[in-house]
Design a protein around this ligand. Sequence first.
Ligand SMILES: O=C1C[C@@](O)(C(=O)O)C[C@@H](O)[C@@H]1O
Length: 249
Amino acid sequence: MKRVTIDNVTIGQGRPKIIVPIVGKTQAEVIQAAKDASKSSGDLVEWRIDFYEDVEKAGAVSELSQEVKQLVNKPLLITFRTFEEGGERELSYEQYVALYQEIINEGHVDLLDIELFIPEEKLDDLIQECRSQGIYVVLCNHDFERTPPEEEIIRRLELMESKGADICKIAVMPQTPEDVLTLLKATHRRQQFTKVPLITMSMGSLGMISRLSGEVFGSAATFGSLGKASAPGQMAVEDLAVSLKNLSL
Ligand SMILES: O=C1C[C@@](O)(C(=O)O)C[C@@H](O)[C@@H]1O
């Protein structure tokens, strides 16, 4: 499997890597969270810019990303989670693409989170632009209501890879314990054929186990919160680090 190595952190090898989300609303909160993240056991940092109040101001994110990257001193993933997939703010696809283009060209970022189901030509353009700037592409999909069937989860992961993802990510909501098993089974099956790392999770408290079991079933990273979680079911980063260590193969 092709691994992704950034600043000595390798995704797709050994114990799942911990990604710490920054969900600050103001610039001061973002900076404080970046400082906290740098001292945490997180291996990478995700800045969830849909939480940031100035996200729509031209140049605000790319400018602040320089400071965030410097403070965290870890690989930095930037994510705008759309409203349709459980994010904090509504943007048109045109605005989403323009924001991402600005970040790709002017920002400081190692990995960019792009949603698989944005219009296809926009997706292809953004992937191309990331490539030309040496930014890794994390293609992803989220269902905050339910867990699609196993074959459908596998189909989406395959589609992400065929589109050129460096990492494929899917987060789904379980309604039953069987749904958690569906996500784990799909992960385990896809993991045997994929050429790129997968990140999968079943959300909420029912799905929490999936955030700990990546080394067994094939999820290469897991999100651990610093204070405020960016999605339901995330454990606190330090508890997560201890649990992953205890569960390590
Ligand atoms: O895609 C994901 C996964 C996630 O939704 C989770 O369930 O941990 C958290 C988000 O911040 C991140 O972008």
